[in-house]
Each structure stands twice: as structure tokens, then as C-alpha cells.
Ligand binder design. Structure first.
Ligand code: SF4
Length: 172
């Protein structure tokens, strides 16, 4: 697995080249990039760490970071859904932690969640204790795939105890 630092450098270089800004809050930024790193390792692509991936690259195409929804969200809310990318005006407002609405069409979320091409045998279960769980912040709905929930939600700052298992992700 590539380190968070390596991926951060790659994203930062691309952002600088294209005129985008990353969240200046180190904890938030690193937590989201850690999610990307985990998804790179388990899926082979940067599926958005705040959304549930199907495991099918084509079906997840719109949520591969930077996702299709980044630019309209930056324009309307000053941040992307995960708050990895932000605008200067969002920074000037003190990086508000209120979650923003999901722009991905609901039919895609349902369709792709149901049509996942991940074989059942690849899915982890509680008994095996293997693989990565998807955790959901009960306060703001932030999703992340990782062995343990983050100590603090990068979106709303809720503590680790406020996370619950949302579902089981694909195995490793
Ligand atoms: S919401 Fe942000 S972090 Fe998530 S895929 Fe889109 S641009 Fe990347």
C-alpha cells in the first residue's frame, strides 16, 4: 500500500497544476487521503472514501477521485463532498463542518450497490474478522472503509464512538 504521504504529494502536485486547493486542516486531509489509499489497495482505484463503492471500476467511474461532483460542489458549497478539495472562501469562513448534500444521483447509488460485481466469497464477514469494514458516522453520515473508525470524523468532528458499522466491504 502506498503511504498517505506519497498519495498526498501526488494529489497536491496535480492540484497545484490545475489550480485547486486541498483542505488545509491536516487531520481532515490525511484522514480522507488515508481512505483513498485503502481504496487504491483494495479496489485498484481511488474510489471516493465518503461513498460506498461497488467494486466495479466502470460503475464507480463517477466517484473516482477527483469525482464528477467535485466542481459543482466547489462552486455551490466551497468544498467537495469529502472536503478534501476546498475553495478560498470556504477556508475564509473557517472550514464549516456541516455536511453537504450528496449530489450523486440516488438511482446510481442504489443501482450500483445492488449490481456490485464483487463475488460474495470476496466479502468479509464479522466471523472471519478479515478485510475492511465500512464505518458510518452517525452524526453526519460520513462513510469510510478502514479496519477501525477514525478517531475523529473528518467532516463533523464527532468522536470515534459515534461511528457504527455501515456494511462490510470487499475483502483484501
Ligand atoms: S468528494 Fe472529494 S475526496 Fe471524494 S471523490 Fe470527490 S473530490 Fe475526491
Amino acid at each position: 500500500m502506498r503511504s498517505v504521504k506519497e498519495i498526498e504529494e501526488e494529489i497536491l502536485a496535480e492540484a497545484e497544476k490545475t489550480g485547486y486547493m486541498l483542505n488545509p486542516d491536516k487531520d481532515i486531509r490525511e484522514s480522507i487521503i488515508e481512505g483513498l489509499s485503502i481504496n487504491e489497495d483494495r479496489l485498484g482505484y481511488w474510489s471516493c472514501p465518503c461513498r460506498r463503492a461497488s467494486g466495479n471500476r466502470m460503475a464507480d467511474f463517477d466517484i473516482i477521485c477527483p469525482c464528477e461532483y467535485r466542481d459543482p460542489d466547489l462552486k455551490e458549497y466551497g468544498r467537495c463532498y469529502c472536503a478534501l478539495y476546498v475553495t478560498q472562501s470556504y477556508i475564509d469562513k473557517g472550514l464549516p463542518t456541516d455536511p453537504i448534500p450528496e449530489r450523486r444521483p440516488e438511482k446510481k447509488i442504489i443501482k450500483y450497490a445492488e449490481s456490485s460485481n464483487i463475488d460474495d466469497s470476496q466479502k468479509i464477514n464479522e466471523k472471519s474478522g478479515k478485510g475492511i469494514k465500512i464505518w458510518r458516522c452517525q452524526v453526519c453520515g460520513y462513510l469510510c472503509a478502514r479496519p477501525e473508525p477514525p478517531s475523529i470524523c473528518p467532516i463533523c468532528r464527532a468522536k470515534k464512538e459515534r461511528f457504527e458499522i455501515f456494511s462490510f466491504s470487499i475483502g483484501q
